[in-house]
Design a protein around this ligand. Structure first.
Ligand SMILES: [Zn+2]
Length: 166
């Protein structure tokens, strides 16, 4: 499954990339471009715009109208309706900035860009393989927040399942 995400859902695009999904996001892409880029098989168009959603349905494009106002609620909705994974696997996670694949680098390679304090605290580092981006990542203190958000999203996904069952 790959995603095309509308200009209002930049935060969600970053999450989907972290979860390992190929995600196309360009804040300047207009509706016609979004629809055209969603026509390949296994692609889901995610939008906040009801008009765009209805245009997609008319063209038989798989689209989801994203309803939640928080990232937790949005991820929960996608987990429930599309069955997306809410676990980050470092082997398949992608660069949140550009969607490029990440590969693990040595501490030595990381040392030129990672702050000394983080080099002391952490042992594993990853770099974006997209030459125009090349950002370096590590599982730092901010991961507590990332795990918390995914935990909330899981709760929302299961709550909504129960509500639907009732
Ligand atoms: Zn990147």
């Amino acid at each position: 499954m790959r995603f095309v995400v509308d200009g209002m859902l930049g935060g969600l695009a970053r999450w989907l990339r972290m979860l390992g999904y190929a995600t196309e996001y360009d804040s300047k892409a207009d509706d016609n471009i979004l629809l055209r880029n969603s026509q390949t098989p296994d692609t889901v168009l995610l939008t906040r715009d009801e008009e765009l959603y209805n245009r997609a349905l008319a063209k038989r494009i798989h689209s989801v109208l994203v309803l939640g106002d928080t990232e937790e609620a949005r991820l929960g909705q996608l987990a429930r309706t599309l069955g997306i994974s809410l676990d980050i696997d470092m082997a398949s996670t992608r660069c949140p900035e550009c969607g490029g694949e990440l590969h693990e680098i040595s501490k030595e390679e990381a040392s030129s860009v990672v702050p000394a304090k983080s080099l002391d605290l952490y042992d594993r580092f990853w770099r974006c393989s997209n030459a125009r981006c090349g950002k370096t990542y590590w599982v730092g203190s901010h991961w507590k927040q990332i795990r918390h958000t995914l935990e909330e999203a899981r709760t929302i996904a299961t709550q909504e399942e129960k509500n639907t069952a009732c």
